[in-house]
Design a protein around this ligand. Structure first.
Ligand code: ZN
Length: 155
C-alpha cells in the first residue's frame, strides 16, 4: 500500500476507534485483570480478560481507561484481534506488535487490521501509547490474578 494511503487509513481508523470503541467495558466473568500506565503521555488502561474453561484461550477482552487517541484505538483493535486466540498466540502477537513498532515486522493476512498501527512507528514519541495495551496484556496473561494488582508501567 502506498505510504500516503496507509497514513490516511491510519488516521481514519484511529479516530473512528477512539470515538466509537467496540470493546470498552469489563469482561464477564473476569479471569485476568491488569492496569497499565504510560507516564510519558498519561495514558491509563484497565484490561479485563475472560478465558476459556481450560484457561488456554481468550474468550473476551475488554478495556477501560483514559488516554490519547492512539492508546485507546490500539487497545480497541487489540481486543478485536485477540478474541478466540490461545494465550500462547496472544503472547506471540505482543512480540510481533512490539517488533512492528520498530519497523521490523507486520501481521499476516488474518490479522492485517493491526497493520494500520504501523503508522505510529513514524512518530517515536507515540510508540509507547500504541504499545501500552499490549504491554498490559502481557502482564495480565503472565499473572494468575483475577483481581486488579499494581499497575504496570511501560517506562
Ligand atoms: Zn498516549
Amino acid at each position: 500500500m502506498a505510504l500516503d494511503n496507509l497514513r490516511d487509513l491510519y488516521q481514519q481508523v484511529i479516530l473512528e476507534r477512539y470515538k466509537k470503541p467496540r470493546n470498552r467495558g469489563k469482561a464477564d466473568p473476569i479471569d485476568r485483570y491488569q492496569k497499565g500506565h504510560n507516564p510519558s503521555c498519561g495514558d491509563t488502561i484497565e484490561l479485563t480478560v475472560k478465558l476459556s474453561e481450560l484457561g488456554d484461550r481468550i474468550d473476551d477482552v475488554k478495556f477501560e481507561g483514559e488516554g490519547c487517541a492512539i492508546a485507546m484505538a490500539s487497545a480497541d483493535l487489540m481486543a478485536d484481534a485477540l478474541r478466540g486466540k490461545t494465550t500462547d498466540e496472544a503472547l506471540e502477537m505482543v512480540q510481533r506488535f512490539q517488533s512492528m513498532m520498530r519497523g521490523e515486522a507486520e501481521f499476516p493476512q488474518d490479522l492485517r487490521k493491526l497493520n494500520v498501527m504501523q503508522g505510529v512507528a513514524q512518530f517515536p514519541v507515540r510508540i509507547k501509547c500504541a504499545n501500552l495495551s499490549w504491554h498490559t496484556l502481557k502482564a495480565a496473561l503472565e499473572s494468575s490474578q483475577a483481581q486488579p494488582v499494581a499497575a504496570v508501567s511501560n517506562e
